[in-house]
Ligand binder design. Structure first.
Ligand code: ADE
Ligand code: ZN
Length: 322
């Protein structure tokens, strides 16, 4: 079986970040919005660094204006994921971008996304679940509104709550109230940390937000006591190596710590983060892991089993994937 056909589970995918540039350009044209500044001549997204990436991401997202636009986005994203062998995917969705944190509007966006996901499941067999995500640089008050939306819609499809955005702004404890609200609603928890921040950022996410998964988490490698804590506590890392290399967290694939973390007993999984922004796909992640670390069928199987165990879905759904 080729690497593209290998069944894969992806736990860390930003929905808007997975939007193909041509899809965003098409919406911009329909709505007469000039987004030419965010594209390179070759049609790919143009950004200088991580903080600029976040603003280009938000500019691209600005043309997604209705539940119907989000339904079309889910359809496009799942078609692409399924073509790379993804059978189960968890995507970050933000009330900040879908109705501005109004619970009624959020419900409409959610229903449209769920309908599109149901159609994709029937057509391609891919299963999607949503993790409501607050955005760190939007601040704690907006996060509370997102947590309220998450708590109101927690269930079969919205199964988690998380935080993304600029790790350089604020502290995890500023968002503890929102995470407490989400936990009380029965949601599973993850937080971006240890991508731009060092080991302390990961420790703060664990201590103050009490998450069971960490988005990225790779810079934990700078503190071996923390690495051992992650291993002992069974914290799963949603590692996105292609994203880290493209954004310059590590200069080359060979220098990425995914293999060292794994060898020291940390549960690692593999995801694309924002695939068109980082010129990657799940197939490319697997190809690079094969090239850089000699991973083969047994390694990819182990990664999938780790992702299945850490997935934020119920046991009936897991039985369908396995
Ligand atoms: N939002 C989209 N991609 C992200 C990333 N890699 N880190 C933090 N926030 C993000
Ligand atoms: Zn991310």
């Amino acid at each position: 079986m080729s690497l593209s056909e290998l069944p894969k589970l992806e736990l860390h995918l930003h929905l808007e970040g997975a939007a193909p540039p041509a899809f965003i350009r098409g919406l911009a044209k329909e709505k007469s919005v000039d987004l030419s500044g965010i594209f390179r001549e070759d049609g790919s997204y143009a950004y200088r660094d991580f903080v600029h990436f976040l603003s280009v991401y938000e500019a691209a997202t600005s043309v997604l204006k209705s539940p119907e636009d989000y339904a079309r986005l889910v359809t496009a994203v799942l078609e692409e994921s399924a073509a790379h062998g993804v059978v189960y995917c968890e995507t970050f969705v933000s009330p900040d971008f879908c109705g501005g944190s109004d619970v009624g509007a959020w419900r409409e966006y959610l229903h449209a996304m769920q309908d599109a996901a149901d159609r994709a499941e029937a057509q391609h067999g891919i299963i999607l679940r949503g993790i409501v995500t607050c955005i760190r640089h939007f601040g704690p008050e907006k996060a509370k509104a997102s947590a309220r939306c998450a708590a109101e819609t927690a269930g079969d499809w919205i199964t988690g709550f998380g935080i993304a955005g600029d790790e350089g702004q604020g502290k995890p404890r500023d968002f503890a109230y929102s995470f407490d609200m989400a936990r009380e609603a029965g949601l599973r928890l993850t937080a971006h940390a240890g991508e731009w921040g060092g080991p302390q950022s990961v420790k703060d996410a664990l201590d103050d937000l009490k998450v069971e998964r960490i988005g990225h988490g790779v810079r934990a490698i700078e503190d071996l006591a923390l690495v051992d804590r992650l291993a002992e506590d069974g914290i799963t890392l949603e590692v996105c190596p292609g994203s880290n290399v493209t954004l310059g967290v590590y200069p080359k694939w060979d220098q990425h710590p995914i293999q060292k973390l794994r060898e020291r007993g940390v549960k690692v999984t593999v995801s694309t983060d924002d695939p068109p922004f980082f010129h990657t796909t799940m197939t490319r992640e697997y190809e690079e892991l094969e090239r850089a670390f000699g991973w083969g069928a047994a390694d990819f199987h182990e990664i999938s089993q780790t992702a299945l165990a850490a997935a934020f879905c119920d046991e009936d759904t897991k039985a369908k994937i396995a």
